[in-house]
Design a protein around this ligand. Structure first.
Ligand SMILES: NC(=O)c1ccc[n+]([C@@H]2O[C@H](COP(=O)([O-])OP(=O)(O)OC[C@H]3O[C@@H](n4cnc5c(N)ncnc54)[C@H](O)[C@@H]3O)[C@@H](O)[C@H]2O)c1
Length: 294
């Protein structure tokens, strides 16, 4: 495992023993000497939460571009299989006729703006995988994850569900940004990991796969209702302006078409939103402190 701890939080920066492996503190935007032959590379290093990529735009670019190129070089030299963690954000803000969004959709993305560092660098990371596959025959596949959640997320991740969980723990009203009508789908972590590993092992090299749970597509106001149901109690909320720490221009809808992953990989998400939220909030009630400051 390799991490430079830029956003890993306190728990993540004190990793315990890694079963059958070791931990290397390293910034992957610099070349890495693995010290042994590598068979598989999961290039998941990145700055994933909008709160953090607003704070670290250049580091976001470096991780997805220089970092992915360094990992591809390693894969090329060792003949390893590489999986690049791209993002659903590479689709930008699709218009309604492209939602649910299939891999063939080319995107509606801005190269100038507060989200560009993430969206555009993930797009270029995919292009690098495509080039290494076509030019050198490197076995590189890509996943485009759609809002993964579950136990293990850090309280100061600042994505919507950890924000909800921290406020619930503190007994404070939930804050919904903007109108609360923007939609997302949420994929429970075990379903996501199954999809990632299926892509690594069965995916066609040089290609990208949507991994997420397409149902239900919920607005943030709907997510609040699902949260109340999972907790078995009403939860107070307020609608607030987007904070300065959050990049503007967020996509209004986000929902995957997973037909390609279903047909080519045999991927099928199994954990419903209701069940996943019960498990997640059960875990956060035991592990969060209520001090995320969001
Ligand atoms: N979680 C999601 O819903 C989601 C959705 C779309 C895409 N992704 C992508 O999947 C990957 C994993 O997401 P996650 O939610 O587990 O993120 P995460 O923030 O929990 O983990 C990413 C890790 O990468 C590390 N990192 C960042 N830059 C680095 C660098 N230059 N060198 C070494 N380590 C570095 C961070 O310290 C962090 O621990 C990311 O690349 C993210 O962009 C995630």
């Amino acid at each position: 495992m390799v991490d430079n701890f830029i956003t890993s939080g306190e728990a993540g920066s004190k990793p315990g023993p890694v079963p059958h492996g070791r931990f290397i503190r390293h910034d992957i935007s610099k070349p890495l000497r693995a010290g042994a032959k590598v068979d598989y590379i999961l290039q998941a290093a990145g700055i994933a939460s909008p709160f953090y990529y607003r704070a670290y735009p250049l580091e976001t670019l470096e991780a997805a571009i220089a970092g992915t190129k360094n990992m591809l070089e390693l894969a090329r030299k060792d003949g390893a299989k590489l999986l690049f963690f791209s993002s659903s954000e590479i689709y930008g803000d699709p218009d309604a006729k492209h939602v649910p969004t299939a891999e063939s959709y080319r995107g509606n993305v801005a190269c100038l703006g507060p989200r560009s560092c993430y969206d555009e660098s993930k797009r270029l990371g995919e292009t690098l995988c495509y080039i290494y596959h076509n030019h050198y025959g490197t076995h590189a596949t890509m996943v485009r994850p759609f809002n993964v959640y579950g136990p293990g997320m850090q309280e100061r991740d600042y994505r919507v569900l950890p924000n909800f969980a921290s406020r619930i723990k503190a007994g404070r009203p939930l804050r919904l940004y903007g109108s609360g009508r923007q939609t997302r789908t949420f994929c429970y972590v075990t379903d996501a990991i199954t999809g990632f590993l299926l892509t690594l092992l069965r995916g066609a090299p040089g290609e990208a796969y949507n991994i997420g749970n397409p149902v239900p597509e919920v607005s943030m106001l709907d997510l609040l209702k699902h949260t109340e149901y999972a907790l078995g109690q009403p939860v107070k909320h307020t609608l607030v302006e987007y904070p300065d720490s959050y990049p503007a221009d967020e996509p209004m809808r986000r929902c995957p078409d997973i037909t390609k992953a279903r047909l080519q990989l045999g991927y099928e998400p199994r954990v419903s939103l209701g069940e996943g939220l019960k498990r997640f909030f059960g875990w956060t009630q035991a592990h969060f402190t209520g001090d995320s400051k969001q």
